[in-house]
Design a protein around this ligand. Structure first.
Ligand SMILES: [Zn+2]
Length: 239
């Protein structure tokens, strides 16, 4: 825990917000469909079994089987629409992340475009290993993730944000999502964004506070590609 910090100004704790997907359909619809299905299953089963109970009763209705099948189908539909298959999303200092069999990250510097299409915020770019990646935050299922992606991206990487001001996004409420602490970005082994030089050890790295681009300390430009001023990182502390 007690890590020796070389810089006097202690960097602020990095954070991200985690957003669980919402079900796309209204809960009332899910319950109604499920209830009708359950009732139909009950009715179907009753028609099947009643004759066994009532001696000399009529033949079980053939229809009972269909009612039973239809009921089971409706229950299945209710379960399906009630549980959206979408992953939880994270938005924060480290960029975007998708929770789908592990955690896949798209750092801010690797975001290529953010669009608003078909009631969804659509992000395309690369993950932290350089592979193509897309993140979709639908208004119906991930309204606050969508709002926070746009808010943070407008502050960090405004050049790639292609979202109209009147997009029907909710307010990015500070209370939305669950706030989690985030580790510092991994810089060792990355290439300096200006010189291409491999960063061999952490003290020689300088990281853009807005987009997480890493630079070798000897090659920090005046401004980052994202537009942030890097003057503060250029002033060499070496005496
Ligand atoms: Zn930057």
């Amino acid at each position: 825990m007690a890590k020796k910090s070389k810089s006097k100004d202690k960097p602020r704790q990095r954070r991200e917000r985690r957003f669980e997907p919402r079900t796309a359909a209204s809960p009332t619809v899910v319950y109604a469909v499920g209830a009708i299905g359950a009732v139909a299953m009950g009715a179907g089963a009753w028609e099947q079994l009643a004759p066994l109970v009532r001696e000399g009763g009529p033949e079980p209705l053939k229809a009972a089987l269909y009612i039973l099948a239809a009921g089971a189908l409706l229950v299945g539909v209710a379960i399906w629409i009630g549980t959206s298959g979408e992953p939880a999303l994270r938005v924060g200092d480290g960029g975007l992340a998708v929770e789908k069999s592990g955690l896949r990250r798209m750092p801010w510097y690797a975001v290529e475009q953010i669009q608003w299409r078909e009631e969804a915020v659509r992000v395309s770019g690369k993950d932290d290993s350089g592979a193509e990646m897309a993140v979709v935050a639908r208004l119906a299922t991930q309204p606050f993730a969508a709002a926070w992606i746009v808010k943070e991206a407008r502050e960090r990487i405004p050049k790639v944000v292609d979202v109209p001001e009147d997009a029907t996004l909710p307010e990015p409420l500070a209370s939305a999502g669950e706030t989690l602490p985030l580790d510092p970005p991994q810089v060792v082994g990355r290439r300096c964004a200006a010189s291409g030089k491999i960063i061999a050890y952490e003290p020689e790295a300088r990281v853009c506070p807005r987009c997480d681009r890493a630079y070798h300390k000897a090659h920090v430009p005046e401004a980052c590609e994202c537009g942030a001023s890097l003057e503060g990182l250029r002033t060499a502390k070496a005496g």
